[in-house]
Design a protein around this ligand. Structure first.
Ligand code: PBG
Length: 321
């Protein structure tokens, strides 16, 4: 008989054998940035997550270094009446994200800034690409994604993170950045599944499709090997970091990606639905909030993620730093 209980006999002994631990540098903390001043509006579907104007964003980012968080991901939120067919407010050099990036890099040069590259937050129809006859026109979208990435990189973004799931988006962005001599790197949302777990985010970013769904461009979760093919293609196109999204229901894909592509930093996205589920479950008294997040985040890291995008990062480190 092999005895395992000695490994578990006390907290001290359990800590000694714990070989997976979450640390502050694992996290990438997401923000929703909005127009205006002095705005800090809690998102109804995501308790504890806010839409922030740039001035209040700077206040909030100031709280990160003491917690050890050094990476953030920015999403833009604009009013409906500023959206158009091609998402032109997202690709402009004066976009909300460009202004936010400049302000953050000026005040906090040590923070690594990732920006989301997608049209859905800026188009009147709420889809991730340009539309053509009720479907996205993949190839016509590529120059717009490349332009958005270029503008973010010029503003000072360290990483651009294309999430539109258009074929060829990484290559289009890579070529545009290289031609301009910009050193921004690319975090590719490579294996991004069409998922019900994004529900609360669409409320947060005002990016719900006005018709249909995203199943013609985001991955079908009934596929097994295609996730690895998507990642491989993005690497060939020039991705520097790779991602699996969502996280907790896709631990198998995180693990497979980490084994297959060990040389590429692997990011897992604990998405809005995962966050709200755990948060609300805790609020209902089903479990302890900090413990359920600790367990979930540890599982994501144990599966092989090198970094985790989490709305809970700040809260987590406030408790466990
Ligand atoms: C698209 C984008 C989405 C998320 C990140 N980038 C929404 C979608 O694809 O529907 C989801 C993130 C989350 O749910 O937390 N710009």
């Amino acid at each position: 008989m092999k005895r395992f209980r000695p490994y578990r006999i006390s907290q001290e002994i359990r800590d000694k054998y714990a070989d997976v631990r979450i640390i502050s540098s694992d996290f990438i903390y997401p923000y929703f940035v909005t127009e205006g001043e002095n705005i800090r509006a809690e998102i109804a579907s995501m308790e504890g997550v806010y839409r922030l104007s740039v001035d209040r964003l700077l206040d909030d980012v100031g709280e990160l270094p003491p917690l050890g968080i050094d990476k953030i991901l920015l999403f833009g939120v604009i009013p409906d009446n500023e959206k158009d067919e091609s998402g032109s407010r997202g690709t402009s050099p004066d976009s909300i994200i460009c202004r936010a990036v400049k302000a953050i890099k000026r005040q906090f040069p040590a923070i690594t800034v990732f920006t989301d590259i997608c049209l859905c937050e800026y188009t009147s129809h709420g889809h991730c690409g340009l539309l053509h006859h009720q479907d996205v026109n993949n190839d016509a979208t590529l120059p717009l994604l490349a332009e958005m990435a270029y503008q973010h990189a010029v503003a000072g973004a360290d990483f651009v993170a294309p999430s539109a799931m258009m074929d060829g988006q990484v290559e289009a962005i890579r070529n545009r950045l290289d031609k301009a001599g910009l050193s921004a790197r690319i975090l590719a949302y490579s294996a991004k599944y069409a998922s019900s777990f994004y529900g609360p985010f669409r409320d947060a970013a005002g990016s719900t499709p006005s018709f249909g769904n995203r199943k013609t461009y985001q991955m079908d979760y009934r596929t097994h090997d295609q996730g690895l093919e998507e990642i491989g293609a993005d690497i060939e196109e020039g991705a520097d970091w790779i991602m699996v999204k969502p996280a907790l229901a896709y631990l198998d894909m995180i693990h497979r990606a980490s084994v297959r592509f060990p040389d590429y930093p692997l990011v897992a996205y604990q998405v809005s639905g995962e966050y709200s589920m755990l948060k609300n479950g805790a609020k209902q008294g089903f479990f302890n909030e900090q413990q359920i997040f600790l367990e979930s985040l540890t599982a994501i890291k144990r599966a092989g993620a090198n970094h985790i995008i989490s709305y809970y990062a700040k809260d987590f480190l406030t408790h466990f730093h």
